[in-house]
Write a protein that binds this ligand. Structure first.
Ligand code: FAD
Length: 398
């Protein structure tokens, strides 16, 4: 005995719940299917448990995609202000942390409860935990073979997210369905992820683990260029912190990163100009600008004596030291992978989808939303804003 709905949404995460709520509240009969035992685990762990649920300034320029204009339509039809309005209607306290990033005052659970309540208001039916073995189409109807029986639906929305954090249930389901229906998938790779350095080259820097400071970081050229002014964190295996997570989405294997550990200071110029007047030791001079452990470690790694007086040093050596901090060029060997990545770059090729409805042009009734699509936000609430906006776009169209 099969059950029939207007809409079946597969994946009850951020995008799926938003989509189901909107479709349900428009009067569509909706079923929401998820294989997890706990609801919306990724929202729960997001933003350190406080969910950075949007960014007040989110716009298309904050997203990476092979088809960069695709996200514009959905983002302009459902804006950060729209989501903030929803959060306020549910009386959830929030605050701005940094560069427009909005977080819950209490807990990410508040966002999950809000989305659940919005689904209830749309009389959404749940199948959870419930696994999906197969999705087929016969005539105008989709047939979904699940562990809770066969489900028939006129529209299917795939909202199963990307590959990040397999431990909490991420799967390649969306990509498999796309391929089954003949849709292109842009190659996937981990994004917003710490970068690592194999081998002996990194050994001298291991002692710097734990040090954090604001840096400029850049990579790539022209259209592919990424640039950020954010905090860097030295780790035992490599580099992390917001600066590195951000640049990791732009970084390509065998391409270097250039870091400026002293933004706003031309160190070589300052040292050479100070030769006649500054009496302090090299270590003390650097410690004016850098964490003292980094100042000392850096001099050691680069073969300088912390006690040296700059008056006694040739300009060439001061220039070398200045360059080493103002233009530190590093070549990461890899990343911490999907185990640690906050997002998945790539996904369903958006050239296959309608920007109005997120529906596949080749397969009427089949929609893809959220992280499963080739739209990836920067760090800072942008990924959830895409989940909400693409969820609303599909939910309004099905
Ligand atoms: P998800 O929220 O991942 O939901 C997918 C759902 O599909 C899950 O419930 C899963 O169980 C289900 N599913 C998967 N495969 C199957 C299958 N085969 N069958 C049935 N169900 C399936 N973004 C921000 O904007 N702000 C943040 O603060 C933030 N913090 C983050 C912190 C961490 C540690 C991580 C990993 C990510 C963070 N992100 C953040 C990114 C953000 O969580 C995702 O971009 C967002 O959740 C994507 O929404 P989605 O609905 O597309 O997918």
């Amino acid at each position: 005995s099969s059950q029939q709905f207007d809409v079946a949404v597969i994946g009850a995460g951020a995008a799926g719940m938003m989509c189901a709520a909107v479709a349900g509240q428009r009067g569509r009969s909706v079923v929401l299917i998820d294989h997890a035992t706990r609801l919306a685990e990724k929202i729960r762990i997001s933003g350190g448990g406080r969910c950075n649920f949007t960014n007040a300034g989110a716009g298309p320029q904050h997203y990476l995609s092979q088809n960069p204009h695709f996200c514009r339509s959905a983002l302009s039809r459902y804006t950060p202000q729209d989501f903030i309005g929803l959060v306020k209607r549910h009386r959830i306290g929030f605050h701005e942390k940094h560069k427009g990033q909005l977080f819950c005052d209490d807990s990410a659970e508040d966002i999950i409860a809000m989305l659940k309540a919005e689904c209830d208001a749309g009389h959404v039916a749940w199948r959870m935990p419930c696994s999906v073995a197969q999705v087929g189409k016969s005539g105008d109807l989709f047939r979904i073979d699940t562990s809770a029986g066969e489900i028939l639906a006129s529209s299917v929305v795939i909202a199963t997210g990307g590959l990040s954090i397999p431990k909490i249930g991420a799967t390649d389901f969306a990509y498999r369905i796309a391929k089954q229906f003949g849709l292109k998938v842009v190659e996937t790779r981990p994004g917003l992820v710490p970068l690592t350095f194999d081998g002996r080259g990194w050994e001298p820097f291991v002692d710097l683990a734990g040090i954090a400071l604001q840096v400029e970081v850049e990579t790539g050229a022209k259209k592919e260029r990424g640039y950020f002014l954010e905090d860097l964190l030295f780790t035992h295996r490599g580099l992390s912190g917001p600066a590195i997570l951000q640049i990791s989405s732009f970084w390509q294997l065998s391409t270097p990163l250039t870091l400026n550990l002293l933004p706003g200071v031309d160190l070589a110029e300052a040292l050479i100009a100070g030769k006649g007047t500054i009496k302090k030791s090299l270590g003390n001079i650097l410690a004016q600008w850098l964490p003292s452990r980094l100042a000392e470690g850096w001099l050691k790694v680069n073969g300088f004596d912390t006690g040296a007086r700059i008056a006694d040093m040739p300009d060439k050596a001061l220039r070398q030291l200045g360059d080493s901090l103002n233009r530190w060029v590093v070549l990461p060997s890899g990343s911490e992978g999907y185990r640690k990545a906050e997002v998945t770059l790539g996904g369903i090729d958006t050239r296959e989808l309608s920007q109005q409805s997120m529906m596949a042009a080749k397969v009427p009734g089949l929609h893809f939303i959220g992280e499963a699509t080739d739209v990836t936000g920067w760090l800072g609430g942008y990924n959830f804003q895409w989940a909400w906006a693409s969820g609303v776009a599909a939910g309004s169209a099905v």
